[in-house]
Design a protein around this ligand. Structure first.
Ligand code: GLU
Length: 314
C-alpha cells in the first residue's frame, strides 16, 4: 500500500526550526518509501492564523523543497485543504457522536476549570473532572439561556494503547489522562482533536509523523477513530528541538524563525544541519531535501529531545 503522509501546520506564526524539523522527518518518512504527501492548513483558530502567515508558510515549504501532491496550490480529491473551510465535515462527525449519546454541553468557565481540575498532571495539563456530565436536560437548557456551552465527549476508563513507530508502546486511560475532552469550544470553534481525525481519515492519510508534543493527544484521537468507525493511520512521533536554555522551540524564539534564517542560509544549509541533528546525515554539510532520501532512517533519530548546539544555526 502506498504511504500517504501529511504536513498539518498551524500558521499562527512564521515556521520555525522545530516545525521544520518535524516537516522534514514527515516528508522523508513518506517520500523515502515512495509515498505521497498531503498539505492541510490547520487554521481553525482564524483569529490567530492570518492569511499572510498561511501564504508565507506555503512559500517557506516550497523554498525548502518539501513538496506535496495534494493540498493548496495542487488541489486534490478532498478539498478544501483549509480547516477553517471544512466546518460541515466536523459538524457531521459531531452529530454522529451526539446520536450515540456521547456528547454533552459544558458551561464551566476557564476559571472554574482551573480551580476544579484536580489532579493537575505533572506536565501542567489538567483533567476535566466531569462537572457538567450529569446536568439534567432542564438544567442544561436553563444555563444555555445565559451562556453558550462548549461540547465535550464522554470518555471511559478503558486502558488503551498503541505502538508508536518511533517511541514504542504507549498506554493510558483517557479518564485519568484528560477526562471528557472538548469537541467544540463555547465560541463554536471545533477542537483540534476532532478536526484532525476527520480530516486525516477523509484525506486517506496512512501515516501521521509529527512532534512528540502531540504524543499525548494520540489516545484521544484513536478513541475518536474508534467511535466514528474510521480507519486510523499509524503514528510516529519525532523528538523536539531544544533551544540554548533547554526549552522546546516555539514561535517566541525569533532567531529560530525562517524570517531570520532565510536571510542567512540556503535551504540546503538548513536541511543538512537539521538532518545532522536528526542523526542520519553524517555531518552538518548542506544537502537538498531529495539527497537526504537515501540516508534517512528513523532508527538513527534519537528518542529524546535534541538540544541545538551553539553555532549550528547562529
Ligand atoms: N496543527 C498542529 C500543529 O501545528 C499539528 C497537528 C498534527 O500534526 O496532528 O501543532
Amino acid at each position: 500500500m502506498t504511504v500517504t503522509g501529511r504536513f498539518a501546520p498551524s500558521p499562527s506564526g512564521r515556521i520555525h526550526l522545530g516545525n521544520l524539523f518535524c516537516c522534514l522527518l514527515a516528508w522523508l518518512s513518506a517520500r523515502s518509501r515512495g509515498g505521497r504527501m498531503v498539505l492541510r492548513i490547520e487554521d481553525l483558530d482564524t483569529a490567530r492564523c492570518p492569511a499572510r502567515y498561511v501564504v508565507q508558510m506555503i512559500e517557506d515549504l516550497r523554498w525548502l523543497g518539501l513538496d506535496w501532491d495534494e493540498g493548496p496550490l495542487r488541489g486534490g480529491p478532498c478539498p478544501p485543504y483549509w480547516q477553517s473551510r471544512r466546518t460541515k465535515f466536523y459538524q457531521a462527525a459531531l452529530e454522529r457522536l451526539t446520536e450515540r449519546g456521547l456528547v454533552y454541553p459544558c458551561f464551566c468557565t476557564r476559571a472554574e476549570l482551573h480551580a476544579a481540575s484536580a489532579p493537575h498532571r505533572t506536565d501542567g495539563q489538567t483533567v476535566y473532572p466531569g462537572t457538567c456530565r450529569h446536568l439534567t436536560p432542564e438544567e442544561a437548557a436553563r444555563r444555555a439561556l445565559t451562556r453558550a456551552p462548549a461540547l465535550r465527549l464522554k470518555v471511559d476508563g478503558a486502558e488503551r494503547g498503541f505502538t508508536d513507530g518511533h517511541m514504542g508502546a504507549v498506554r493510558g486511560r483517557l479518564d485519568e489522562d484528560c477526562g471528557d475532552f472538548l469537541l467544540r469550544r463555547s465560541d463554536g470553534m471545533f477542537a483540534y482533536q476532532l478536526a484532525g481525525v476527520v480530516d486525516d481519515a477523509a484525506m486517506g492519510v496512512t501515516e501521521v509523523a509529527r512532534g512528540a508534543d502531540l504524543l499525548d493527544s494520540t489516545l484521544r484521537q484513536l478513541y475518536l477513530y474508534e467511535l466514528l468507525d474510521l480507519p486510523a493511520p499509524s503514528f510516529i512521533h519525532a523528538p523536539l528541538l531544544l533551544d540554548s536554555r533547554g526549552r522546546r522551540l516555539s514561535k517566541r524564539d525569533a532567531d529560530a524563525g525562517l524570517e531570520v534564517l532565510r536571510d542567512r542560509m540556503t535551504p540546503e544549509e538548513i536541511l543538512g544541519r537539521l538532518a545532522y541533528l536528526a542523526g542520519f546525515h553524517p555531518s552538518a554539510a548542506p544537502a537538498p531535501a531529495k539527497a537526504l532520501l537515501g540516508e534517512f532512517q528513523w532508527d538513527k533519530v534519537p528518542r529524546q529531545d535534541i538540544p541545538i548546539p551553539a553555532g549550528l544555526f547562529d
